[in-house]
Ligand binder design. Structure first.
Ligand SMILES: NC(=O)c1ccc[n+]([C@@H]2O[C@H](COP(=O)([O-])OP(=O)(O)OC[C@H]3O[C@@H](n4cnc5c(N)ncnc54)[C@H](OP(=O)(O)O)[C@@H]3O)[C@@H](O)[C@H]2O)c1
Length: 213
């Protein structure tokens, strides 16, 4: 089913997501400077708008940094009410060595607290931007762990994302992001050490492929 989708932010993740979603859905691409991204949006088949106008959508993907999306969500709480809001942020500190959230919380849960009338779903926490251009690994497609406390919203986001070249796994409630986001911290550290950052993602081994199950 084609959805009305918003992507907030025109950085690396925002661009990759718009490229993946625009062929399948109506995409409003939110930017502080929509005119700057107009040509790219035209190329991808999305509509460039300012961040506030992008909220006129059913599923809103936040491709903003944790430190920016919290004040944004508080400021636009009313406009976000009733929307599915997708959290992709990892709450890095300044030098990417740790997180700013305590171990018993996550960026996804903090976003849900900042936008309490929205239904928050987590996705793409572990998919580094370099993967979108070359998503096929010898081991198979990488996993996108989709989380959320509302079953329907989680399923709806998984259905909207299904055409993209990833394996989408239902990873349970939003609190799973306490682990999932920290998997990104570890992946970044290892991929920097072994020289392949930002081409890094996770895949759960052992799950039968559909044709084998
Ligand atoms: N990079 C990765 O590999 C990766 C992987 C997984 C998850 N993530 C998460 O995805 C999010 C985006 O990452 P990214 O690498 O795409 O970052 P990025 O390239 O720096 O893009 C962030 C975008 O946010 C917008 N922005 C910046 N400051 C803002 C502010 N004060 N208020 C509102 N919007 C602002 C800008 O878009 P406009 O100028 O158009 O408004 C900017 O291009 C982060 O939360 C990150 O943790 C990233």
């Amino acid at each position: 089913m084609s959805e009305r989708i918003a992507v907030l932010g025109s950085g690396r993740m925002g661009d990759a997501l718009v490229a993946g979603l625009a062929p399948h859905h109506t995409v409003l691409w939110g930017s502080r400077e929509p005119e700057r991204i107009a040509a790219r949006a035209g190329e991808l088949g999305a509509t460039p708008v300012d961040h506030a106008r992008a909220l006129d959508a059913d599923i809103v993907f936040s491709a903003l940094w944790h430190r920016d999306e919290l004040p944004f969500a508080r400021r636009h709480r009313a406009a976000l009410a009733g929307n599915i809001l997708v959290s992709m942020a990892n709450p890095y500190n300044e030098d990417y060595t740790d997180f700013t959230t305590p171990p018993d919380s996550s960026a996804a849960e903090a976003l849900a607290a900042a936008a309490p009338e929205s239904v928050v779903v987590g996705a793409f926490k572990n998919t580094f931007w370099g993967v979108f251009a070359k998503p096929e690994f010898p081991e198979g497609l990488s996993d996108v762990l989709v989380t959320g406390d509302d079953d329907d919203a989680r399923r709806r986001v998984m259905a909207a994302l299904a055409p993209m070249p990833f394996r989408f796994l239902d990873a349970g409630p939003l609190s799973r992001n306490r682990t999932i986001e920290r998997m990104t911290l570890l992946a970044r550290e290892l991929s920097v050490r072994y020289g392949h950052h930002p081409y890094v993602s996770w895949r759960l081994l052992g799950k039968p492929e559909p044709e084998e199950s």
